[in-house]
Design a protein around this ligand. Structure first.
Ligand code: NOJ
Length: 536
């Protein structure tokens, strides 16, 4: 590849704005806090920042229930702050990616107020309304992703409205051309302000079956999440017509110079369906790899997803890898049992596979989940399913230093909206002083990727290995080997220099043929040969 493309070759960083940096001491993060802390991201070497929703919201689902798509949530900041953030990030060569939620609005959105006001209202058809069955039960058997029926009866007009998440999140009707045109306008509103891309919430889901047919029951082969809901989401997700909508957004994004980027939350459990959202390179630029996120941290399973992804995504398209986000337990806990050696292997994997990497805030310091007691829960999923499920443990304040309040709030440490984790044990400031830290490993891997073309655009090729070992070649000159097992392992056929090891004592070590790895250890090796000219 001759030319670098920021979203393809770079490493991006997801900020959950309420939890990253609080500039006004109210215990909730905000945009000014992000502006004040941009140096951290510049120093780390990230190319793009995805902000979880910052639009106006009553926070039934913490921003994923939008009441105004072109306004900023007052507690987080203002439009002027967004402009300033785009400019300040731009000075550090960092792009801003906003989260957009097209599947549903907030129940408090003025569109919904109009829509529910009467069956004749011009906005009635902007949402999915349907009559009950003859016995008064909901129009069909669909269940919400958050549990319970996906329909709520609206007493005023006697019809049910559809909500694939909480009743406070009514689904828009994407068969309606006015809805489509309105979202073109919203995308352009933000692109015109300099936003470089969007992360599209549940991108696979926005179009529903026009006839609202019942979903079929699950089979034994279905994913455990579908088993829990008891049905296969055949008619309320991944409808063929959703691709028309995504192609339309891509055309909007591509109409800008430089083209803007669309990364979709394609929350599906199989790789071919995920790959379908790239279209013929005319739909999403990147489709989040949920199958990897839901895979056990075991070499055969991980390798299987990676190989299938490499085989399935269309020619010219690009994988995207992430170890966590605001919806799943943090990877040091989920994948690593809070064992730092495992977390370091997971980080090395994310940053060295072929594809764009997204870090979730705190990944760079190996932040584990924080226990959130029942009385402090804020997430609607946690409030409903605690202690079985809940997303608050992965959303607690960023841990900047060991001082009062972990450096999250400026001024006197307010009690934050979610409890602090153990910032004395794990924080940015301490790790910046330690060349062996997770933070140093993260920054050095990002730097290596930036410097070595093979790590950015080189092909992925599995190297045969067994046991806990998973090794792959990137392009001509790089081998990555991870020992994801409790027994020592040896990778063969490697002549070169260890550029970065998860055990930093191995950096610079020479390998002649065979390289022994301890349990839960990984290396990036620069193979012998003529140096290739750097692309830039
Ligand atoms: C996916 C988002 O990532 C999640 O946080 C949210 O609750 C649902 N979509 C509904 O918008």
């Amino acid at each position: 590849m001759a030319e670098r493309v920021w979203w393809r070759d770079g490493v991006h960083y997801q900020i959950y704005p309420r939890s990253w940096a609080d500039s006004d001491g109210d215990g909730v993060g905000d945009l000014r806090g992000i502006i004040d802390r941009l140096d951290h991201l510049g120093w780390l070497g990230v190319d793009g920042v995805w902000l979880s929703p910052i639009m106006v919201s009553p926070d039934a689902d913490w921003g994923y229930d939008v009441a105004d798509y072109t306004g900023v949530q007052p507690g987080l900041g203002t439009l002027a702050d967004v402009d300033e953030l785009i400019a300040a990030a731009g000075r550090r060569d960092i792009k801003i990616i906003l989260d957009i939620v097209p599947n549903h609005t907030s129940i408090e959105h003025p569109w919904f107020a109009e829509s529910r006001s009467s069956p004749d209202n011009p906005k009635r058809d902007w949402y999915v309304w349907a009559d009950s069955k003859a016995d008064g039960s909901p129009p069909n058997n669909w269940v919400s992703s958050f549990g319970g029926p996906a329909w709520t009866l609206d007493d005023a007009t006697g019809q049910y409205y559809l909500h694939n998440f909480t009743p406070g999140q009514p689904d828009l009707n994407w068969w309606n051309e006015e809805v489509r045109a309105e979202f073109d306008r919203i995308l352009r509103f933000w692109f015109d302000r300099g936003v470089a891309g969007f992360r599209i919430d549940v991108a696979h889901m926005v179009v529903k079956d026009k006839e609202l047919r019942d979903n079929p029951p699950v089979t034994d082969a279905d994913h455990w999440m579908d088993q829990l809901r008891g049905q296969r989401p055949v008619y309320n997700q991944c409808r063929p017509e959703v691709h028309d909508v995504i192609r339309r957004w891509r055309a909007v994004a591509d109409s800008y110079d430089p083209a803007r980027m669309l990364v979709g939350e394609t929350f599906v459990f199989d790789v071919p369906t995920m790959a379908s959202f790239y279209g013929a390179d005319d739909e999403l630029n990147l489709a989040f790899n949920i199958p990897l996120l839901h895979t056990k941290f075991e070499p055969a399973a991980l390798r299987g997803v990676v190989e299938e992804t490499e085989a399935e995504i269309p020619p010219g398209c690009w994988p995207v890898w992430t170890a966590g986000n605001h919806d799943v337990p943090r990877f040091p806990t989920r994948w690593g049992d809070n064992d730092p050696a495992r977390a370091r292997c997971a980080l090395m994997m994310t940053l060295t596979l072929r594809g764009t990497a997204f870090l979730y805030y705190g990944d760079e310091i190996g932040m584990p989940d924080t226990d959130v007691p029942r009385e402090r829960l804020r997430d609607p999923v946690g409030l409903r399913f605690h202690p079985l499920a809940g997303r608050d443990p992965a959303r607690t304040p960023m841990q900047w230093d060991a001082g009062p309040g972990g450096g999250f709030s400026t001024g006197p440490a307010a009690e934050p909206w979610l409890p602090f984790g153990d910032f004395a044990a794990c924080n940015v400031a301490d790790q910046r002083r330690d060349p062996n830290s997770m933070l140093a490993l993260c920054r050095d891997l990002i730097g290596l990727r930036d410097a070595v073309p093979d790590l950015r655009d080189g092909t992925y090729e599995t190297i045969a290995a067994d046991g806990g070992l998973w090794a792959w070649r990137r392009g001509e000159r790089v081998v990555v080997a991870l020992n994801l097992g409790d027994a020592p392992a040896t990778v063969g056929g490697v002549d070169g220099i260890v550029r970065i090891g998860t055990d930093r004592a191995r950096d610079g070590e020479r390998a002649d043929g065979a390289l022994a790895l301890g349990p839960w250890e990984g290396v990036v090796v620069w193979l012998d040969g003529e140096p290739r000219p750097a692309l830039m």
